[in-house]
Every structure is written in structure tokens, then in C-alpha cells.
Design a protein around this ligand. Structure first.
Ligand code: C5P
Length: 300
């Protein structure tokens, strides 16, 4: 019988993103709240006698070692060399180079999936350590939910309660390189950092207005300066009812946080005439992952 697993890999948004300084290893010291959303890739992982194969429905997705899912399979199978290989098919829904951790979440799903498929019994800390070697967001993607992340992004403090939030994501036609955005980051240009303490206070009290007031992302100082579309999308999201509009990670995806499902749906209909890719999503609750996607071409 074929041994096969299907694993869901949810995207994330950064509800806050602050940078505390540059580290000696070249990375930046972060303080960021990450939150999983219901936009997911689906990975089918099948046992093979040997080797690693990655395929996808997305022609732009790199094959081989440049693909984080491949790198994850290589990392975990090197630790357990007496097992077989895997074939991984990625049903890709999360846009690439978007600031939504699409590559990192696929890597996390591969680590979890191979651990289960081959009964490797690796513990969560062992998987987290492997994940951190693959990419800064992979440990969060393994843990899931909502977390305050520090360090490179691998020191995680889970946040409760599990709030069910409603978002509209707007992904412009272009993508950005995370490394390039961090390379251009200049602390002197930050005038409006997030109020992380107030955010956490708001989170614990389920105070969505308090949360929305404290949300900021210091990497907007780089990406929004390079691409005027970022601020334009933020303005449109606010005009159409978002409590707050913010870029996720290094961008360029901008998301609006809405007070409820009805307001998010209303904005979704307003955005039908835009030229970006748009997604109507909620917080990921691990049970049902549903989202709506639309790409429209401006006709005038
Ligand atoms: O860890 P990952 O490979 O996902 O990071 C991509 C790039 O983003 C890194 O090469 C680094 O330039 C930058 N980065 C950073 N500080 C972090 C996380 C990422 O400078 N905490």
C-alpha cells in the first residue's frame, strides 16, 4: 500500500513587526507578532524507496534545493538516513515573494509530514531546531496559531486566546526579495514603530480596536518607499472599512483587519474592480481552511 499524507500549510501575516537592531550574524533582531490565516497550500507527501522529488501546480516555484520544501526534506532525511525518500506535490495557493511565509510554511509542513510518514518520532524542539536552519519563519510555521517572535524569529511565545479575525489581503502584481528589504532597512527612518506592549494588552482582552491601533510594521519604511502602491492600497482598505491596513512581513502584500465578517465581505466586493490579487481570509483554526481569491483586470 502506498504511504501517503496530505498536509495543510497555512500562510501568516505579521500583526506587528519591529526591529530592535542588527545582529553580529547579519540578521536583524525582531519583535513581531505572527498570526496564521486560512489561506493554505496543500502538500501531498508520498514515500519512495529513495531520493527527493518536488512537483507543483505553480510553474514559477523553483525546483531542487532552492525550494524550501526540498530543503526541508533533505534536512530531515539526512538526520534519518536509513529511511526512504519522498515525492512531494505542492498545490500552491499562497502567492510567492509576498510576505506571507509561503515557502516557510511548505517547509514546516514537509518536516511534520515526513516525521509522521516515517514514524521518526522527532520531538517538537528537534523539528524547531531543524526548521530554524531552513529559514527564520519556519519555527513559527511549525508551532502555528499566534505568537510573539523574537531573535531571528525563532524565539516564540504563544499568544492566547485564539481570536477569530477577518482580513482582506491585497497582493500587488510585483514581488519583493526579503533579503533585499532587510538590507535596505535603516533604523533612522523609523518614526512609527508598533506599540507591542499595547498590542499584547489588547490581544489578552480581545480588544480588536486596541489591537488595531497598536499594529505597525517598520519594514514599510523600505517597501512603501520603493513602491507607492503599498500606501495606495492601505488608503483604499481604510476607505472601505478596515480598522487597520498594514503590510505583512517584507511585503508587498497589504492586509486589512476588519471588525467582523460582514465588513470584510463588503470590502471584498468593493475590491472586485482592482488589478491586484485579493484574498478574503480568516484566522486559521486548524479545522476548515476556506478563503476566496480573485484576480481582476482593470478595464478602464
Ligand atoms: O531566514 P530567511 O532565509 O527566511 O531570511 C531571508 C533573509 O531575510 C535573510 O537572508 C536576511 O537577509 C533577512 N532576515 C534578517 N533578519 C531576520 C530574518 C531575515 O535580516 N530576523
Amino acid at each position: 500500500m502506498t504511504q501517503q499524507l496530505v498536509v495543510e500549510a497555512p500562510a501568516k501575516v505579521n500583526l506587528t513587526l519591529d526591529i530592535k537592531g542588527k545582529r553580529e550574524d547579519g540578521y536583524h533582531e525582531l519583535e513581531t507578532v505572527m498570526h496564521q490565516i486560512s489561506l493554505v497550500d496543500r502538500l501531498t507527501i508520498t514515500a519512495m524507496p529513495g531520493g527527493i522529488e518536488v512537483s507543483s501546480n505553480c510553474p514559477e516555484l523553483p525546483a531542487g534545493e532552492l525550494n524550501l520544501a526540498y530543503k526541508a526534506a533533505q534536512t530531515i532525511l539526512e538526520e534519518c538516513p536509513d529511511r526512504g525518500g519522498v515525492s512531494i506535490h505542492i498545490d500552491k495557493n499562497i502567492p510567492l515573494g509576498a510576505g506571507l511565509a509561503g515557502g516557510s510554511t511548505d517547509a514546516a509542513a514537509v518536516l511534520k509530514g515526513i516525521n509522521a510518514l516515517y514514524n521518526l518520532n522527532l520531538s517538537p524542539p528537534q523539528l524547531m531546531a531543524m526548521g530554524a536552519r531552513i529559514g527564520s519563519d519556519v519555527p513559527f510555521c511549525l508551532q502555528g496559531g499566534t505568537a510573539l517572535a523574537r531573535g531571528r524569529g525563532e524565539i516564540l511565545e504563544p499568544l492566547s486566546p485564539n481570536l477569530q479575525l477577518h482580513f482582506l489581503l491585497v497582493k500587488p502584481r510585483f514581488s519583493v526579495s526579503t533579503a533585499e528589504v532587510y538590507r535596505r532597512f535603516d533604523m533612522a527612518k523609523v518614526s512609527n514603530p508598533p506599540d507591542t506592549k499595547a498590542f499584547l494588552e489588547g490581544w489578552h482582552h480581545c480588544d480588536i480596536i486596541g489591537i488595531s491601533r497598536a499594529m505597525e510594521n517598520v519594514l514599510e519604511t523600505v517597501t512603501a518607499a520603493l513602491y507607492q502602491e503599498i500606501d495606495q492600497i492601505k488608503t483604499r482598505l481604510i476607505r472601505w472599512g478596515a480598522l487597520k491596513a498594514l503590510m505583512s512581513g517584507s511585503g508587498p502584500t497589504v492586509f486589512g483587519l476588519f471588525k467582523d465578517k460582514a465588513s470584510a465581505e463588503q470590502a471584498w466586493y468593493e475590491f472586485q474592480i482592482c488589478e491586484e490579487e485579493i484574498f478574503l481570509v480568516t484566522s486559521y483554526d486548524g479545522r476548515k481552511s476556506t478563503w476566496k481569491r480573485n484576480v481582476c483586470n482593470r478595464s478602464t
